[in-house]
Design a protein around this ligand. Structure first.
Ligand code: N01
Length: 898
């Protein structure tokens, strides 16, 4: 055995003296374990892999049930680390069968001579961190203990089958099979009465083939799934051509894509397409038979917005009704309780059509739950089904099961991983856990893992870990451990990311809901493969951020911190803007800045449909001002919100916050009138303020003509528009009207003090810069006017103002003056609600459909406006973004909006 590459700090544990000593021990010999072994050997590390199975394959070793196949196309479901390997293997089908995938892994193991480093038929029974020796000691049920410097869990996300949780399983006298532990010998089902419990991916693949053999098949379904036909056959020529035209480019694109398969990002939103166009897109996806394509290529809002998703769900249900002849069965097979993609959708061959066979019965467990399993079959609360065979396709204790339940893992101070994870998995990057030095997981909870093409994610994790081990060795470090700060930051980022998708709206194995008593929360990273890869790279480029590194002859290194503090989509927007290397807006001059903003707005997604949009002219103090009115589709009259756009008193117009006004009009059910007030430098202070006030007065006077409720209005505004809204409230109070029943101030300018902390902390890098703010102030008003309440409302009298909802964003220079205004209002008795949005920037809430994580914040704003206008609570809107079972709970500021 070669000498270990890492020199220990203390004498190596006596208990480990008889142990097999290696630099790195790996558990698992599937896709992840095999690549690890290869890279470790290339890196000059001594290594050993342990696997309970009798050979390589991991999940593909165990899951041998009839119909088992991959459901990511084989061109994508392959290793890419070695271009020669990549072209040396040719798949025979679009979706390979389990035996073919196993042959592939066999081929890989032989090609790189990996088996000699694997101890098969071996289960790790305990793993303990030896603090003095700084090594892991692994006890096994076969052969010597193992002492290793690093311990890597390549155990897979879906490898620990969960018990079926049904009474009486052991009473059954017939044959019992689990899809996740299918026998290696042939299972004969011909002429038998077979029951399948479970209709996830495994059940759905197995059911059509079992139906062909069985005398009668009874399927017990608790939750129907969305199922797409695989249209299996030859590997599609277009994908092969794409791959072969530029293999390296194709693979690189996959690495930076959202799901690890190179499809472009959809930019068209559902509401921009007609019914016919949507149907055409859906039919194309149905014919393609590719889950990633179906889940990502229809329209941009299909995976992030409940309405955009509902359109896909209905098209799926139409298909089910068209295929399944018995309407009652078709209805039972139609999912209504979760968005498409929130629960893992499945790929099938003849699944729905199987229910047209005379030897197949579907039992809807929602109508007749299973009471118990008996000696002769399955008893529901309505009847007994006698069967000869029961197949449990009941799934896995996913993501954490294989890491946690398989064996006790004790880290620093003897702390057990199962205790640390009692309330859900805590990790840094899904790779490591604070308190567990030198322990790594491949595709662990907190990484994209099961929401991606696993092979792409496995390669990225393996490469990242081995590169770290090599860098540590070169620098003389022997231990690496995540810090608590970094781990807590990752948990928050995970929660932020979970707002980007609809996974939180379904009870699934993604959230731990399939295992009774398991802590619940979205376990995989939902921010996408490419963004995740970028973050992992950033951790390295920022001095191994969030890790403590130590070694016997070097000083400890700990560059502590959180790698992502921004909301995930804000981070993407800001990165995109940084890549564009735009000149500072203030360097363009007022005209140039206006042209720039107009161009920027032209590239944003179009706003959603509302009942009506009307352009008109109102009469201001010095003459006409344009406005744009957004009317809800519901019958009026509606309360009116007078809205002032952002733009630093210099640019923008009544159309420039169009998507925001549309969104708020829909959510609040109110008329929004966006006012085209005049701008500096042509019209300096106090023109904007006076125009705002005059507009509010005119609109109240003409409320009935506009279709609004008479008597009063509400005001709202963003940025400089928030300033005008706040000022309008003060002027209306002081000048005897109009009556304003509430104010919504989004990131408002409220004061002329420029040294509050947020002005310095967020001076650059977050789009609205300190120097741009200086420029706005200079153009709008002279220093002598700075303290006038009509530009610095924080300096005005605040008592007697209408109730306010004040929104501020963490990464905004204006944050602290917004908070100061809210606190000052509150101090004089004005009812105030604040939304301090963590991780957001100045434009987060107005970049509708770009910054998706702003949705819940806008829902709260709309609800506040409805309260001000004394309209009833609009549950459908304000609860968007909350899990169905948590609808009544008050939204958490961070999780909901920031
Ligand atoms: O497991 P599942 P799976 N009584 O958890 C039901 C991957 N995979 O093995 O939904 C009655 O999806 C349960 O009902 P419900 C893929 O990622 C990939 O099928 O909890 N029913 C559900 O219908 C997949 O998502 C491939 O209400 C019970 C089913 O059993 C993941 O593995 C192939 C029950 C379990 O479905 C898991 O798939 C196969 C009970 N007590 C799997 N308990 C590829 O093609 C559970 N159920 C690559």
């Amino acid at each position: 055995m070669p000498a270990p590459m890492f020199v220990g700090r203390a004498s190596e544990a006596t208990s480990a003296s008889a142990a097999q000593k290696v630099d790195v021990a790996v558990v698992g010999a599937g896709f992840a374990g095999l690549y690890l072994l290869h890279r470790l050997r290339q890196g000059g590390f001594t290594t050993l892999a342990l696997d309970e199975a009798g050979d390589v394959g991991g999940t593909w070793y165990w899951n041998r049930y009839p119909g088992a196949r991959c459901d990511v196309q084989t061109v994508d479901y392959s290793y890419t680390f070695d271009p020669e390997l990549d072209s040396a293997w040719t798949w025979s089908e679009k979706y390979a069968t389990q035996p073919e995938i196993l042959r592939y892994l066999d081929f890989v193991a032989d090609r790189y001579d990996l088996r000699r480093q694997i101890r098969f038929h071996t289960r790790v029974t305990a793993a303990n961190w030896d603090e003095a020796a700084e090594r892991w000691l692994l006890t096994t049920d076969n052969g010597a203990t193992v002492s290793c410097r690093f311990y890597i869990m390549a155990t897979g996300c879906l490898s620990s089958p969960k018990p079926p949780e049904i009474n009486g399983v052991s009473d059954f006298k017939g044959e019992v099979y689990f899809t996740g532990r299918w026998p290696h010998e042939e299972v004969k089902l011909v002429g038998k009465r077979v029951a399948v419990i479970g209709t996830g991916s495994s059940g759905i693949q197995a059911i059509p083939l079992i139906a062909e053999q069985a005398d009668h098949l009874t399927v017990f379904q608790r939750t129907p799934n969305f199922v797409l036909p695989a249209h299996n056959g030859a590997v599609p020529a277009d994908r092969v051509a794409l791959l072969q035209s530029n293999r390296a480019g194709y693979r690189e694109q996959a690495r930076w894509s959202l799901a690890g398969v190179p499809w472009p990002r959809q930019m068209v939103f559902s509401w921009q397409l007609s019914d016919a166009e949507r149907r055409e897109r859906f039919e194309k996806a149905w014919a393609k038979g590719d889950l990633v394509y179906m889940l990502s290529q229809l329209w941009a809002d299909q995976g992030v917005d409940v309405d955009g998703n509902a359109l896909v769900a209905e098209l799926f249900r139409e298909k089910i009704r068209a295929i399944v002849k018995d309407p009652k069965t078709a209805e039972a097979l139609s999912p209504y309780d979760h968005p498409v993609g929130a629960k893992r959708p499945c790929l099938d061959t003849n699944y729905y059509a199987t229910y047209n066979r005379s030897n197949v019965t579907l039992v809807n467990l929602r109508e007749e739950p299973i009471k118990s399993i008996t000696a002769s079959g399955i008893t529901t609360d309505q009847r007994t089904y006698d069967v000869d065979v029961i197949v449990f396709a009941t799934g896995f204790d996913a993501m954490t099961g294989a890491v946690m339940a398989v064996h006790p893992i004790a880290g620093r101070g003897g702390k057990l991983l199962s205790d640390v994870w009692a309330n859900g998995p805590q990790t840094y990057l899904g790779l490591t856990v604070a308190g567990f030095p030198n322990l790594f997981m491949i595709t662990g909870p907190g990484s994209p893992s099961v929401l991606s093409n696993m092979v792409v994610s496995i390669e990225q994790h393996v490469d990242w870990i081995i590169d770290r081990l090599i860098a540590m060795r070169e620098a003389g470090f022997t231990t690496i451990e995540a810090t608590e700060t970094a781990q807590a930051g990752w948990a928050r980022h995970m929660a932020d990311c979970s707002m980007l998708t609809l996974h939180r709206l379904a009870n699934t194995w993604y959230t731990g809901a399939n295992v009774p008593g398991k802590a619940q929360g979205v376990m995989p990273y939902t921010g996408g493969v490419g963004p995740y890869r970028g973050i992992c790279n950033e951790v390295v480029s920022r001095g191994t951020l969030g890790f403590r590194l130590s070694g016997p002859n070097v000083s400890q290194q700990c560059n502590d911190g959180e790698v992502v503090r921004l909301q995930p989509d804000v981070r993407l927007v800001l990165n995109l803007l940084a890549d564009m290397k735009l000149p500072p807006i203030e360097s363009l001059g007022a005209q140039g800045a206006r042209a720039f903003v107009t161009e920027l707005n032209a590239g944003r997604p179009a706003g959603r449909l509302v009942g009506e949009v009307v352009d008109g002219i109102l009469l201001g103090t010095d003459g006409p001002l344009p406005y744009r009115l957004y009317r809800p589709a519901t019958p009026g009259p509606h309360p009116i919100v007078v809205y002032f756009h952002g733009g630093g008193w210099v640019f923008g117009d009544q159309q420039s916050d169009d998507p925001f006004c549309r969104d708020m009009c829909r959510r609040s059910g109110m008329i929004f009138v966006s006012v085209g007030y005049r701008h500096a430098p042509e019209h300096r202070f106090p023109t904007a303020a006076e125009d705002g006030y005059a507009a509010a007065r005119w609109i109240v006077e003409h409320a009935a003509e506009l279709g609004g409720m008479p008597g009063s209005v509400l005001v709202a505004g963003w940025s400089a528009g928030g300033n005008i809204a706040a000022v309008t409230c003060q002027l209306a109070r002081d000048r005897g009207g109009p009556e304003i029943s509430g104010q919504l101030l989004i990131c408002p300018i409220t004061d002329c003090i420029f040294d509050r902390p947020s002005y310095n902390e967020n001076a650059t890098g977050y789009f609205l810069t300190r120097s741009l703010m200086y420029w706005f102030w200079d153009i709008y008003c002279s220093p002598a006017d700075h303290t006038d309440q009509r530009v610095s409302p924080l300096r005005g009298k605040l008592a007697g103002l209408p109730p306010a909802f004040v929104v501020t964003c963490e990464f905004d220079p204006l944050r602290d003056e917004g908070i100061a205004y809210a606190e000052a209002l509150s101090a004089v008795g004005v009812p105030v609600e604040q939304l301090q949005a963590g991780g957001h920037f100045h434009a987060s809430f107005t970049m509708v459909d770009v910054v998706t994580t702003g949705v819940a914040g806008r829902a709260r704003m709309a609800e506040a406006l409805r309260r001000f206008a004394r309209l009833p609570h609009n549950a459908g809107q304000s609860d968007e973004g909350a899990r169905p079972d948590q609808k009544a709970s008050p939204p958490d500021v961070r999780a909901a909006a920031g």
